[in-house]
Structures are given as structure tokens and as C-alpha cells.
Design a protein around this ligand. Sequence first.
Ligand code: 6LW
Length: 494
Amino acid sequence: MKLPNPLIPGFNPDPSVVRVGDDYYLCTSSFEYLPGLPIYHSKDFIHWNLIGHVVSTEHQLASAEIPTNGGAWAPTIRHHDGVFYVVVTDAMGRGTLIFTATDPAGPWSDGIVTNISGIDPDIFWDEDGSCYATFSGLQLTGKEFGKHLGIQQAKIDLTTGQLLEEPRSIWSGVGGMFPEAPHIYKVGDWYYLFIAEGGTERGHGESVARSRQLAGPYESGPNNPFLTARSTIRPIQNTGHGDLVQLVNGDWVMVLLGMRTRGQTRSFSSLGRETFATNITWVDDWPVAEPVHASDLVAAPEFREDFSSSELNQEFISIRRLPSSVSKLEADGLHIAGDGASMSDVRPAFVGRRLRRHEGIVRANLSVNGIGGISIRYDEVSHYDIEISNRKIIARSSISRIVHEVKCEDQIDVTNTELYMEFVPSGQNFNIDGQSCDFIRLGYFDKSGEKRMIAEFDGRFLSAEVACSFTGRVVGVYCTEGEVIVHQYSETAN
Ligand code: 6LW
């Protein structure tokens, strides 16, 4: 099957997918962002739309105080007897949870807390209807923090969340670090266990084992990891953490995470871990994966919003709280109220989107009654801002608390001023700039529509590798003091 890659651009790691009839539903990790655990839908496995979120309240996850990179980790989405299930770990929060819904667009339940001690939970129903949880035994709490007990499995009662037996270790790969992201499938007469191993960085890979019994023993596959990009020149690296699905036409596809690396030595991934897909065929009842190659079968998406509808577009997310907690829709746009928190704080008044393009421009037409602007962030210590304050514009880079500001002396109109952030490739020359993934230009459009650039910052510092982040670039509008009104917002090619 010809597959677009990325399948879902922008930071969408740890993808899990399920087919119900001829509909496909996919869920990804969302960490400290709300609404959380996005649900994407497709009819053809090529075009995907965001239809809702599992987490649409501020109490389903312990988001408010969650540490950066904690929160919603690695969901598994499945469907059984008319009910959709998402099992997920709220890392450093409520622990491993079970959410249910009859409509995948929501609403979803408040979440049953399980007694699973680990991460990356999977659920599988055996022929007798019993349900089994399989998970990575990485300990995230208590004095065992950081200890890894391998891949574990136990029967579970989904109505109480309680394991019904002592977890048993089943199979933990071929020696790569961090065996995780287990998924169980029954194909033919075999039970298959797919896991990720090698860590989510450049050493990442996907391995498989099989057994005639669900509880094992599991026999390792012949070429593990049967999918990896490690030590290859492929632009899509870090591939692993896969989930398998059989398409309506009977073919098999695996969705997985990967990173598009750029720069002369392919060292930096600006958008973080995205969702990719690859075709799976079977040889001697073992899966064989096609290498993951970039494909522009579907063009990089464009986005335009004029806030004219009664509901805020579902693409908008905020940090550790919902957009509705920091903003409200009015006739003239989205009003964001400042509370003194800046983009260097853990809960800024920020409403943004996952950046889904490598190249292009983000524009926001704003009226600023106080202090605010556009920010691109990985986290509270890694962000670039273009800010209006007292009729002046400042461009700011904050990299690991090293803050650098460029002040613009122009007097600007605080109403209906269009700020922009432009993403330009770093060029093919083998020099210091050519090493970077891109450059980010910050500025505004003057009243004659002319672009006035205030500063250009190196994009490598807002990459998953430098920020050492589980997430990716999120761009949006923030307000530190007073109120900012967003009249239009767009992310386009030019
Ligand atoms: C996810 C695990 C992982 O649970 O990172 O690096 C966690 N690997 O599989 C968050 O993405």
C-alpha cells in the first residue's frame, strides 16, 4: 500500500491504532498538554482527521502539577463488544489508567486507576473473553524508581482495573535497552508479542516473538530487531514503538514513531517524534517490515483559523490546563487573559498547536492590551518568543534558561498587528549553519504589509535532540499580562 510518511505530522509519538469495520482510529501520547490523547480517524488509512480527545477535562490526568515530559505516555486503543478502550500511563501522575467510550470522538470516561506498576500498557482479549494486560515493567515510583522488570503480563479485570494474578515476565527482546511498548496479537495459530527496544533515540527498533500459548514461552523472531533505522543513512530515524493493524483489504500495516532528521549530519529533528507507517508482510509466519521512507503522498498540512465558530478548533492545546481555562471565544476573536505567568513558567496562558510543517510561516493577527505575542516551545526552558509590550516588539530566545532579547525600536500599533514566525531550511552548505535543521525568523507585518524581521534564531536549539524532549515544537499565542485578542491564526506554506 502506498503510505504517506509522516502519516500524522507534528509531535504524535507512541501511536496505537484499531480498525472497527472500515474505520481506523489512532491515538498518540500528549504528555503535559490538554486536551490530551488525541484521536485521529481515517477511512482510507491515508487521510487522517482529528476527531476528539480522550482527555477533555482537567481531572482525568494529574496534569496541573505534572513534570515536563511526564503525563500521558503511550496509549493503546482497542475495541471490544461495542466499547472503545484506551489504556495509558499518566507518568508521574495518576499511574496506569483505563478510559472507555462508545463514541471514539468522546466523551470518554474519567479513567479507572489500575494496580499496574509499569508503563506502556497493552490489553488483549483471549478466545475465552478473558482480558490480559501486557506492559513494560519500568518502575516510575517509589524506591524502585528507574528499575526495569522487563515485559510483564497478567490477567486483568477492566471494570476494576485490578490485576487478577501476579504479573509474569514473558519476553524482553534481544538485549536492547528499555524493552517497552508491548502489543499482543493473535494471527493464525500464533500469539505474537511486538515490543520496542533500544530506547526511543537513534538506537530504537521493533522486535517480535511468538508462542502457541498467550502466557508463553515466547520464541524470538529470526531477524530482531525486524525494523530499525539505526546506523542507516535514512532521513527517518528512531523508528520503533509500533502497533499492527489488518486493513479492510486484508493487508497488514504497522504504525510507529520516528523522527525526520535534518542538517548536514542529520542531527536535528525540529518537529520531534511523529507518526509513521510501514507495510508488513509475513514469511514463515514471521512479520517482515518495509524500511520506513519519507513520502509526500499527502502534502504538509496548512491551517487557517478566524475563530468565527462557537467551538474552539480541536487542534488548539494548552500547557497543563485546558484552552478554556486561559481563553474565551468572543465575536472579535479568541481572548487570552494573562495572569503574570510567562513562557518560562510551567503554566503560561498559552493556546497553541503542534507545528506540522518543516517550512512555512505562522501568522497571528493580534490586539495586545498588555504583554503577549507568539511563542514556539519545547518546554519552559526551551522557547522563542516574539512579544508586544508597551507598543514595542521584542524577539526573545530562551535556551536552557540562557535568555537573549532583540529589541525593536519601532513604535507599533497594539491593535490588529500581525506577528509572524517563519521556518526556513538551513541550506545545503557544509558549514556551521548547514549543520542545523532550520532557522526561525521572528517579526511583524507593518501597515503596508511589508515583513519587518526582528531576529533570526538557530532552529537546532528547538529540536528533540537538543531539548532532549519527548514532545515536539508547539507554536501559539500567549498572554503574560492584561489581555491578548487573536483575530486570525494560520500556519501556511508562505
Ligand atoms: C513511552 C515509552 C518511551 O512510554 O517514552 O522512550 C515514553 N520510550 O515507550 C514516552 O513517549
